[in-house]
Design a protein around this ligand. Structure first.
Ligand code: FE2
Length: 386
């Protein structure tokens, strides 16, 4: 199975994974042969890439899923309902200044609207569902959700939530912190509903983090940490982040006697998982990166942008080459050969079991199975046709 840009999908290609709409309903089932009209309508809805079955892939490797399809569908529809409900309730505020919106957030009307049996209650029920499922996993599948324009923010929020919970579990956070982190991660970009198109990036970042924080902290049923996730997920360790320019310690331990504002650990976790998902999806002028390249970028920015110890924990749960990824050999035996990741090695997440299916001229060959954990001289990189 290949991840392919929608511009390179051809009529007759067979869909490898279900395509969901923004409400979590199946739009097209895996196994469907794509017709020109299907491809056109997917493009209109803003899908940028699809999983396509590869006829030369004798192994028919299915990528792992971070959540069961039913859970993802439920998560998408819940997030959509919650976003729409909050958007409707706050519609009149949209064109006001940030300061005026903050004042309304502090009003009783909004506090009552956000009480526990309202939208935030739905998020808590969803959070419990996701935790139930994620806590039985040791590693991520790969965070390559198929997104359309209307679902991108919801899919992103779900993926960031799952990844953040796994990182936090790896760091030993207690269950009540995981719950607060998961709620915060699901709503970390809720402030985006107030952001108009066309604003400069720093203004967008500043406003959506402040407004997300103010909205969540003024709810009647707030979690202590959830608002801080919205507030701090664009902060950097070296103080160059937004909105407050907080300076981090690059450690997981927290000093008890700190007086000045420091980033919360949950905020620092979501800063890393949010960045990874944005790198994989691409943003603005930055094209999508393959998982191995995205991890390189995180490593380069560890210590300056991201908490170094949190990045280390992230590298303990994210496969560098997720199952089903197409790869090319760049060093050692079989240089230039291409193939696919058959299985992730959970002890060495950068050394999977691979099958090489084509030689360096691109000719199909009898597959060669290579266990990279036993072949330290062979290097690979991921290839995406996007
Ligand atoms: Fe954000």
């Amino acid at each position: 199975m290949k991840l392919v840009s929608i511009d390179k999908v051809r009529p007759g290609d067979v869909l490898g994974k279900n395509v969901l709409d923004e409400a979590g309903q199946v739009l097209l089932h895996a196994g469907v042969e794509l017709k020109p009209s299907y491809i056109q309508s997917l493009k209109m809805k803003g899908y940028t890439r699809l999983f396509i079955r590869d006829s030369s892939d004798l192994f028919n490797v299915e990528p792992d899923e971070d959540l069961r399809p039913e859970t993802r569908a439920k998560a998408l529809s819940t997030l959509r309902n919650v976003y729409k409900a909050i958007e409707k309730e706050t519609e009149a505020l949209r064109r006001n200044s940030v300061e005026d919106i903050q004042k309304v957030f502090a009003s009783d009307r909004l506090k009552t609207f956000l009480k526990s049996d309202g939208p935030l209650g739905q998020i808590k029920t969803l959070m419990a569902f996701i935790l139930d499922e994620v806590l039985s996993r040791a590693t991520l599948a790969g965070m390559t959700s198929i997104k359309c324009t209307d679902s991108a923010l919801y899919e992103h929020s779900i993926d960031v939530c799952v990844a953040s919970v796994l990182v936090a579990t790896n760091l030993g956070l207690p269950y009540h912190r995981l719950r607060q982190l998961a709620v915060g991660a699901l709503l970390h970009d809720i402030g985006m509903i107030f952001i108009e198109k066309g604003l400069p990036e720093p203004v967008r970042v500043r406003h959506h983090t402040i407004l997300g924080y103010e909205l969540l902290r003024n709810s009647e049923d707030r979690d202590i940490l959830a608002p801080h996730v919205a507030y701090e997920h664009h902060e950097h360790q070296d103080g160059t982040g937004l909105p407050r320019g907080l300076v981090g310690s690059n450690t997981v331990a927290r000093a008890e006697t700190e007086n000045k504002a420091v980033p919360t650990l949950v905020g620092e976790i979501v800063a890393v998982t949010n960045a990874y998902d944005v790198l994989l999806s691409g943003s603005g002028d930055s094209p999508p990166l393959t998982p191995d390249k995205a991890i390189n970028v995180l490593q380069q920015r560890a210590g300056t942008h991201y908490n170094r110890e949190v990045v280390k924990a992230f590298l303990r749960v994210v496969p560098v080459f997720p199952k089903g990824t197409e790869i090319i050999v760049t060093e050692g035996n079989y240089i230039g050969y291409t193939g696919i990741v058959l299985q992730v090695n959970i002890v060495q997440l950068d050394r999977p079991l691979i099958a090489l299916c084509r030689d360096k001229e691109g000719n199909a060959i009898e597959p060669i199975i290579v266990n990279l954990a036993q072949e330290p001289d062979i290097s690979i990189r991921a290839i995406w046709d996007i």
